[in-house]
Design a protein around this ligand. Structure first.
Ligand code: CP
Length: 306
């Protein structure tokens, strides 16, 4: 994947996914390796972020590289009307790799087609969030010991949730079965269900939470994203559809883990946080190791521990 952009999780073969996870594991064991010494990474965030931007920046810093960028379009010349194309061509002059989050679906692909340096998609609208998927895969493999044959329950905003779209595509490579729990208005898009059908992978759809998590290996909670709704009344109707509470974890598999890309609003009650099944804050930590691996591989570098 040297010098290639990472726009969609489909850009990576199964072998590449596994090699990246192995590299991330080595970075977790030995994080202080100056493999990005002399490299500059630009982080261009046209949408708010805590984890994605800061874990990328932490990863660059820990690997001895340097970071430039902006955390909101208002502090860049985009506020004066500069186009995405001109922004990318300019920032590519100053950096070796660009990490970009943008609200428009397809913006990352468009940026990658015009950019002379690799683009890493840090989320493009409701489309994809492939680096989140890498840390999700890392978290699943670490907690379950394998990526294969997992029963993954996805809960919440499955229509606009880019994290679940990317995760579904990736876990499909490992013979996962899926349970989709959402309000009718926020069901998993038809094309992704067709994708599973074409591959002979099983999925179920439900609207109830508690009774459908008992056989889960992974319960992947998501936030209903106010920023994706054009109709505020529709958001109000569905925003508190699901709240996972600690008592609901009784009777679930001993090794089941609750994941969430975060931020959460109300969908995981704080009484879950102390459960040994709550994994979402460690999941966010895993983002540093996964992003170390992604940048190192794209820049054609390697870790110093083999
Ligand atoms: N998971 C995730 O994308 O979080 P942020 O929006 O805080 O980056």
């Amino acid at each position: 994947m040297t010098n290639k952009s990472l726009v969609s999780i489909n850009d990576l073969s199964t072998d590449e996914l596994v090699r990246l996870l192995d590299l991330a594991e080595r970075f977790e064991q030995n994080p202080a390796q100056p493999v990005l010494d002399g490299r500059i990474v630009a982080t261009l965030f046209f949408e708010p972020s805590t984890r994605t931007r800061l874990s990328f920046e932490s990863a660059v810093n820990r690997l001895g590289g340097r970071v430039i960028g902006f955390s909101e379009a208002a502090s860049s010349s985009v506020a004066k009307g500069e186009s995405l194309k001109d922004t990318i061509l300019t920032v590519a002059n100053y950096s070796d790799l660009i990490v970009m989050r943008h609200p428009i679906e397809g913006s990352a692909r468009w940026a990658a087609e015009m950019s002379p340096v690799p683009i890493v998609n840090a989320g493009d609208g409701a489309n994809q969030h492939p680096t989140q998927t890498m840390l999700d895969l890392y978290s699943i493999r670490k907690t379950q010991g394998t990526l294969y044959n997992q029963r993954v329950v996805m809960v919440g905003d499955l229509k606009y949730g880019r994290t679940v779209h990317s995760l579904l595509l990736a876990m499909a490579q490992f013979n996962a079965s899926f349970v989709f729990i959402s309000p009718k208005e926020l069901q998993m898009p038809l094309e992704l269900k067709q994708f599973l059908n074409e591959r002979g992978l099983r999925f179920e759809e439900h609207t109830e939470l508690a009774e459908n998590i008992k056989d889960a290996d992974i319960v992947y909670m998501t936030r209903v994203q106010r920023e994706r709704f054009s109709d505020p009344m529709e958001y109000e109707r569905v925003k508190n559809a699901y709240v996972l509470r600690r008592h609901m974890l009784e009777g679930t598999k001993p090794n089941m883990r609750v994941l969430h890309p975060l931020p959460r609003v109300n969908e995981i009650h704080v009484d879950v946080d102390d459960s040994p099944k709550a994994y979402y804050f460690t999941q966010a930590l895993n983002g540093v190791f996964a992003r170390m691996a992604i940048m190192t591989a794209i820049l054609g570098l390697t870790d110093r521990v083999k």
